[in-house]
Design a protein around this ligand. Sequence first.
Ligand SMILES: Cc1cc2nc3c(=O)[nH]c(=O)nc-3n(C[C@H](O)[C@H](O)[C@H](O)COP(=O)(O)OP(=O)(O)OC[C@H]3O[C@@H](n4cnc5c(N)ncnc54)[C@H](O)[C@@H]3O)c2cc1C
Length: 496
Amino acid sequence: MEPDPTAFSPGSSKAGLNRIQFLLESLVDLDLSLKKAGSRLLVLKGDPGEVLIRCLKEWSIGKLCFEYDTEPYYQALDEKVKGYVSGTGVEIFSPVSHTLYNPADIIRKNGGSPPLSYQSFLKLAGQPSWATTHLSTTISSLPPIGNTGSFAVSEVPTVRELGYEDLAEDEMTPFKGGESEALKRLRESIANKERAANFEKPKGDPSAFLKPATTVLSPYLKFGCLSSRYFYQCIQDILKCSKKHTSPPVSLLGQLLWRDFFYTAAFGTPNFDQMKGNRICKQIPWKNDDELLAAWRDSRTGFPWIDAIMVQLRKWGWIHHLARHSVACFLTRGDLFVHWERGRHVFERLLIDSDWAINNGNWLWLSCSSFFYQYNRIYSPISFGKKYDPAGNYIRHFLPVLKDMPKEYIYVPWTAPISVQRKAKCIIGVDYPKSVVSHDSASKECKMRLGEAYALNKMLNGLVNEEDLNELRRKADNESTNLDSVSRKKKQKLID
Ligand SMILES: Cc1cc2nc3c(=O)[nH]c(=O)nc-3n(C[C@H](O)[C@H](O)[C@H](O)COP(=O)(O)OP(=O)(O)OC[C@H]3O[C@@H](n4cnc5c(N)ncnc54)[C@H](O)[C@@H]3O)c2cc1C
């Protein structure tokens, strides 16, 4: 089997390293803050269960707190910790503080199931219960760790110490982990109060990379460097003094509420991260085309807007929301018809803000599998980016092979006459791939396939099984031969 280039382990690949680096920087920063408050971060080696039990015993700890989590993987880990501790007489408490609301409360208010539209979520949510409390980011003094007994205490390891040796890097994420950086970024994002109060999400420019159009606070929220509640409180303080401001869903506050919306949906939906057995997910006969997936993942689709975004994702671990829309739509319902779970997996590995509930929720949305169903509205991999960046500066930065391509061809280099390609030192099909599909015919075919799948889901009331999906695949394959699908038949040989 071909090794997974997004694999996430020492020695195999540096993909995913941005996230580890970000996490380690965050831990170093946390250690510094704890030291200022008279304590420190303890890095202990060994089997987690044994280490935990020994700590509890040696330091006579009577109460243990760990953040409650929505993701099944961490819920299982929490259960494991409870297992280690049970019978030791230690009290465990798991406050919900990573989100603005307790997802369980919202679900209860909705009669036992999560609200599946943002507006119904807003109606149920109201003001968060803690909103009258004043939150602060300064740490009061902490009790010292005391005698560490027989424990070998280490500093936070470096990425090299974790086994990533071959770090001959080209470009890594410009975003540095840690609470200090998070608070600095938050202050900068809301320094211009009028701008913060009038933040309007879909209006941002996804191609702005020197100064991103949004806050880039997502990785800090993800790793707990920034409390979503503190962020919420800062925005509320601004709104109280603003005469005019935008409102959810487009406002800055609205963005934080999207986060809670997806956490609630994820918490209340079994199998949220997959199509099978997920009752809110349309059953769609996606393709499992490894070649198309690899072309998308490795920036070889031949559509410069899509490929440049995927380079930014790999190098920076962060891309603008509308850039995420573009590539997710392209991979799934827009052009390639590849399963959303496979795109989700790539994002999970490469994003520094990769978050189980939000990532899966947005992939469900973008693939028209749940929450959003207007599958006729497709992002063009050509004209969408051009609207924001007609000169193609974003593409030239992330795909330097196209840096000398004239602006008339930068989004459609395959249409450039060979003399122009030669002058730009970029021959299409040699230096940069030909497009893997023709957007016009591929998008038509996707719409047809989705239309049929939606009809079947409706007819069978969502109870579509694998056999039904295979039948649909066969039928769609036959029908698509009647469409003008030159690109489908001649699916070009991808260039390595
Ligand atoms: C396919 C796809 C996958 C995504 N995967 C992730 C992910 O793994 N982790 C992640 O944090 N976001 C994800 N998002 C949502 C969104 O794109 C990012 O939260 C946002 O771009 C982060 O940039 P920012 O901090 O500058 O956002 P801002 O616009 O400044 O918003 C502030 C905060 O609001 C929250 N937020 C904003 N948009 C959304 C949204 N659509 N859904 C939920 N929360 C939102 C984030 O916590 C964000 O940091 C995904 C979007 C798509 C389309």
